[in-house]
Design a protein around this ligand. Sequence first.
Ligand code: ACO
Length: 401
Amino acid sequence: AIDIKTLRSATGLTTIDPGFKNTGSCESAITFLDGEKGILRYRGYSIEELAEKADFLEVAYLLIFGELPNDEQLAKFHSDIKKESHVDEEMKKILDGFPKSAHPMGVLSSLTNALIAFNPSSVNVSSESDMYHAIVRILAKFPVLVAWTLRKKKGLPLDYGDDSLGYVENIHKMMFKRPSEEYKCNKIIIDALDKLLILHADHEQNCSTSTVRIVGSSHAGLFASLSAGISALWGPLHGGANQAVLEMLEAIEADGGDTKKYMAKAKDKNDPFRLMGFGHRVYKNFDPRAKIIKVAADEVLNDLGIDDPILAIAKGLEKEALEDPYFVDRKLYPNVDFYSGIIYRALGIPTEMFTVMFALGRLPGWIAQWREMRLNGEPIGRPRQVYVGENLRPFVEVNKR
Ligand code: ACO
């Protein structure tokens, strides 16, 4: 629905567009999205083809630099990343200061900002080469922070990665390797992770990406912009939905699996409950990522030999919603995160880490958008408002109020 108000101001015409539903904030050559037709492309390549044929590091390169890398470019990119994988030991003390119960998204956002203190040269990037160094640095160090965040929760030692492994496999090892066990790669798990990360890698000007671009527009630096993006992603209306979906499915299961009861709650305007994982600001027919992920969830559970009753509940809810006029009329379809949590769970990733996995996937997209914004020389983001408060009034002394 278009609900735009306008007002003349000193600088021209100010429009009020709640939630920026109809406002374009920039021109971008990174991600194409057609919400009516359910199309998503990174740099012109369909998400379906990328999820099937590419790996996450190739997609990261594609998003950030605009083209798929050849063997040599990919090898150099990976080797540059590996050279930067050390995280200052002092960062462990910061992590130690957090209570074990701290939400991993809050920890990760704080640690990402704290990295600046140990990598000050990544702030004032005035050339493409400075930018490149800041980019490979964060692509190297962010997975270490993710792994440490999880390992601290599990009481495991804070280790570093293994340079002999692929980018995603190394992340998996850093997260899950136990001190007394030899790490064995499970191809099914690594392939599933690769796919999930690719599907989350960019989604044009969503809430967290717009945050990254707007913070970056003040030249605050890449890491500070990313830290803000992580905070934006945390919310349950955005990336936090994947955790909320799984908690909802578990609650429905614990309550006897009565999906109809929860459908009724979601439709009741006096009940704040929403069917998490349904609806999308832009997709009004279907989310192409949800289609891919639904098939992947089936495959992963099958391959790993897991019979998860939660998958049946999810499929039941989806079927009912697709036949329900409330959901059909409002064009509410499952989004990418309706099924992602089921896969994460099957891969042994704790529920609280789901949104962190989303952040890991979105990292190249945020970087690409930040880089594009800086290379375009975009001005500082500074929206206007329409003031609706009090007119001028005299100050009243405290004893007379
Ligand atoms: N369950 C029940 N009703 C819903 C849902 C839902 N999940 N989503 C939207 N609606 C209803 C709203 O109540 C509203 O109804 P009304 O017209 O009778 O008032 C109508 O559908 C339109 O909803 P809006 O909130 O105006 O749509 P908007 O585009 O602003 O929000 C959003 C999109 C935030 C994704 C919303 O659909 C939602 O809250 N979904 C659940 C959370 C979720 O899954 N978020 C993940 C998004 S995808 C991502 O970030 C990866």
